[in-house]
Design a protein around this ligand. Structure first.
Ligand code: SAJ
Length: 445
């Protein structure tokens, strides 16, 4: 039976592991398995990634090129675009994107494409694990029938499980090995063997009774964040209305040693997870006639923050008898969160678009992001990329308003406060001393 066969191979680390999708989830995962001595094959549709990896170069901030070189050099890791090699893998982990369509419905095309590749080359004795964040039911409703259509039977011929990824890009404290791994199979055998597999590379594995529980767990985690960030953003607007310092309130509330977890207001939420994942849950719920009000309310508040920031800018310029139209606005930090280079769903894109559509000249400085491109979803500038500008004294002094969108660590904020006339700080990046050290008028969320 597949269980015994795979348990033996995993135990003696002779199991050959395939990972489909070598992005911020798949690459750290496959490198962990390769460093532990498993023979690994990474499957990618992006030739450039394959070439980088086989040349020993990492393109993911949390994976060192040294580790990639070690794995490639030892022959434990290779990357390929040739999906026929899937047939030679004992375990296949799917780490492909799960974006939203324009209609905010799940885009399952990447999972289905990966499933079809696996199905095409499938042989008896394999285990498939899905890590991509998706709605409860995907593993047993979408993937399992694909493999059974080919005449394979669960447990007898294959095992199938879901294990949510929990990568927090740029987090120096938590990396693959010390983030507890939730694992749920479509059968007990699947749960047991998937738990055994992950136990080879992570300190703590948490088995659950089904793939659906594991899928729902991930969405609960990220929905929890989206809703609490939404609450922080609404509280910021409420405190602003009452003339209360939001950040001082959150800092004070965070002194409560139990029953409270601080979240902070910001210019909106970015990344490929928090803005999107809750919609996978609400979409599935709607299929069963359940309307999740919290998810849609959080989306409404969070997606409204860029416009709120632009309103703050407009009011502040107006107080200086300036219009947005014709003003020069400098954006500090455009990545979706601090000290990373990822632009996906970054609220800075919406802020830039709103300002430019109102006639402002917008420039940006972000040491992590050399170029920003706008697709046709934005009002103007589609196809006309913006390029990172060096943070010179002139650039700061010439701006009518500086917006701190992302609080990267390596920016000299004291110099910005000294030279700028007006600053809108959406991240509380400016300490009280820095705020008091310069002449700039400072507006905070
Ligand atoms: N944000 C706020 N206020 C906050 C926290 C975050 O405005 O209090 C914003 C951030 O600036 C960012 C967005 O929300 O634009 C998402 O931030 P995030 O910290 O959730 O970061 P992600 O999306 O890169 O990673 C998250 C993981 N982060 C944490 O748990 C801290 C985790 O939820 C998941 O492992 C990951 O998404 C994922 O891949 O699902």
């Amino acid at each position: 039976m597949t269980k015994e066969l795979l348990e033996k191979k995993i135990g003696e680390r002779s199991a050959r592991i395939g990972v489909i999708g070598l992005g911020y989830v798949g690459l750290p995962l496959i490198v962990e398995f390769a460093l532990k001595g498993f023979d690994c094959v990474g499957f990618e549709v992006d030739k450039a990634k394959v070439e980088d990896l086989n040349a020993g170069r990492s393109y993911i901030v949390d994976v060192s090129s040294e580790d990639v070189q070690k794995c490639i050099g030892s022959g434990k890791l290779s990357a390929t675009t040739d999906f026929s090699l899937l047939g030679g893998c004992d375990v296949i982990v799917i780490c492909v994107p799960t974006p939203l369509r324009k209609t905010k419905d799940p885009d399952m095309s990447y999972i289905i494409s990966a499933g079809n590749e696996i199905k095409h080359y499938m042989r008896s004795g394999q285990m498939v694990i899905l890590e991509s964040t998706t709605y409860p039911g995907t593993t047993d409703e979408v993937l399992q029938p694909m493999f059974e259509e080919k005449g394979f039977a669960i447990n007898k011929d294959f095992l199938l499980a879901f294990s949510p990824e929990r990568v927090d890009p740029g987090n120096p404290q938590y990396q693959t090995h010390n983030i507890p791994k939730v694992v749920g199979g479509v059968s007990k055998d699947s749960t047991d063997v998937a738990a055994l597999l992950y136990g080879q590379i992570v300190d703590q594995v948490h088995p659950v009774s089904s793939a659906r529980v594991a899928e729902a767990c991930k969405l609960w985690e990220n929905t929890f964040r989206a809703i609490n960030i939404g609450m922080a953003n609404e509280m910021a607007r409420l405190c602003n209305t009452l003339g209360i310092d939001t950040w001082e309130v959150v800092r004070a509330a965070a002194t409560k040693p139990f029953g409270f977890m601080p979240f902070y207001p910001g210019p909106g939420i970015g990344g490929h997870c928090i803005p999107l994942d809750p919609h996978y849950l609400s979409w599935k719920a709607r299929q069963h006639g359940f309307d999740s009000q919290f998810i849609s309310l959080a989306e409404q508040i969070n997606s409204g923050m860029p416009a709120y920031v632009v309103k703050l800018v407009s009011t502040a310029l107006n107080d200086k008898k300036k219009a947005v139209n014709g003003s020069k606005v400098l954006i500090l930090g455009v990545a979706y969160k601090k000290d990373i280079d990822d632009m996906r769903e970054s609220p800075a894109l919406s802020i830039i678009d709103l300002l430019r559509s109102r006639g402002a000249e917008v420039i940006y400085h972000d040491p992590f992001v050399p170029e920003v491109t706008f697709d046709h979803a934005y009002t103007i500038g589609a196809g006309e990329p913006l390029h990172n500008k060096d943070l010179t004294d002139e650039l700061i002094a010439d701006s009518d308003c500086v917006i701190i969108c992302t609080e990267h660590s390596d920016v000299d904020y004291a110099r910005v406060v000294e030279l700028a006339g007006l600053i809108v700080d959406t991240r509380n990046a400016l300490s009280e001393d820095v705020r008091n050290g310069g002449k700039a008028k400072i507006i905070r969320l």
